[in-house]
Write a protein that binds this ligand. Sequence first.
Ligand code: 4AD
Ligand code: MG
Length: 432
Amino acid sequence: MSRPWVTVDRLKDHIGETVELRGWVYNTRSSGKIRFLILRDGSGIVQAILYSADKNSPLFQRFDTLTMESSVVIWGKVKEEPRAPGGVEMEMEDFEIVQVSPEYPIQKKEHTTSFLMPLRHLWIRSQKQYAILKVREIVVWKVREFLRNEGFLLVDTPILTPSSCEGTTSLFQTQYFDEKAYLSQSGQLYNEANAMAFGKVYCFGPTFRAEKSKTRRHLIEFWMVEPEAAYYNFEEMMGVAERFIEYIVQETLKEGKEYFQILERDTSSLEKLKTPFPRITYKDAFKILREENSETPDGEDFGGTDETVISNRFDGPVFVTRFPAKIKAFYMQPDPEDAEATLSFDLLAPEGYGEIIGGSERIHDYDLLVKKIHEHGYSEDDYRWYLDLRKYGSVPHSGFGMGLERMVCWLTGIHHIREAIPYPRTLNNLYP
Ligand code: 4AD
Ligand code: MG
């Protein structure tokens, strides 16, 4: 008799058939003549039930050696069970033990994060972490789908770079044979070159910031998707950004339903999300901060609490635009209506999740860019290739970056960004 190997997520296509499952013991229970095995196989979780008329049968004796996270192959008949999470159950006929685990360090009780973080390589097997990382995977797909449908071409940018994009204070330095190199803070500068070659482009990869700030929103290594487009002005790029967010949210909710259920995430506010998102200027945002008694001085960048205070005035995401040049990166196009300001935008997520997107129109004038490079204390020589883009067919262009983990945090409703990436790199954590 053939007993094909199937995965838990496909069991509903095999009702009435006898199949093989290969996985790990999530949990076991026993009562008299019945044994329950909750099996996980990476694609999902299912309950398998083993009956025996003799409660001391060799089958039961073998079953009772199973411990949490032991690896097993099981065979049995798939049954419809409307009350079960995936709508199916297995009537188990036999099983084979691949390995019996010694006592598993993570028990089915509340553990502290400081206990769990060094066990991250095992912790990702638990239902909540599993669900978060599944949502992350869906978001990545939706990001790529949206951008491809909109005509943005993936053009990869390097991780080892000779110069900075987002300021020198958070640069990760490394040795590149006889030269100094830095881990990429952003693929943007290369994106700009790519946009002049391909029109609309994006990069999506790990980025690094040696940020000394220890907050629930900052990682040292995080993934950023960065679209960039030639001939797009700042308003047009904000339009891309809001449609991008709307698409990711709606599509991820649809495809990730079961994971949002595991996470007990109330998705009603996400479902209501609708473009266009409101736009307020940096100056308007400061009026809100003054009303709410923020102590952040005028002209400074918002703190995490400020972002929450501002976004609490709105139901959904809100754009804050036209930040002062003084607190932003060197490449931002000045605001024609206010010499101190830039054509920049941040998108703040609701529910206190803070800035998920940062973007701007870029300086396209050669002389102005040279001036800004000097004002920031950078060496013109390091940016020679970047300046070339303003020499040969320069055009207005814009782009933005979205932090993948910030997006996942907001969607899943988790408190801390370290759970939105498989192996978080935080200020004090490089292990495992
Ligand atoms: O605002 P940022 O620094 O913008 C840039 O890097 C631009 N060069 C992007 C571009 O225009 N192509 O970062 C963009 C986004 C932020 O809005 C945030 O979501 C995320 O990247 N981000 C971080 N996420 C986690 N940990 C950190 N330390 C982050 N720093 C930025
Ligand atoms: Mg920013």
